[in-house]
Design a protein. Sequence first.
Length: 169
Amino acid sequence: MRRAVLGVFKSLIQARQAVEKIRRENLANNYISVVVRSKTFYSGAYKEEFAQELTLFPAEKILGIFDGYLVQSGPLEMPGLGEILAGGPFAGTLLQERDKGLSGNLANLGLSAEHASNFEHQVRDGSILVIVEADSEHANAIVNHLHALGGREIEKWSRTNPKPTYPRK
């Protein structure tokens, strides 16, 4: 059975380290996605941290540190969030069904409306959302890697269970 494992990160470097670790161990190579609000990089509480991580790339190049790992969409206008950047298979879903917003598309992965809304709020506030879809046998290892590399509010979801199977941290 497929599981969706989600976690939020404070920095792109942490998110990239987690993506690299998951890919190196062949846990979910083609099913890793990243979502971040474009505005995060130019204003707000994390401005100085991101300035150290990035030079002033145009918005569509910000996720360039994931080149070779994720297929990326261009900037997308998302209801309730404004412009976002997304990479991985979830980017295609957001592009095709942007009218549902981020939380509506997360609900398609099995998340409850409350939890999907919480992840949307985290992205709105400047966090980087990492979404990994994997077989059940790999899901626990993915959770451990996300946690070890700085992931917060890590949850594991199934389309058949209305509650997360891994609590938030």
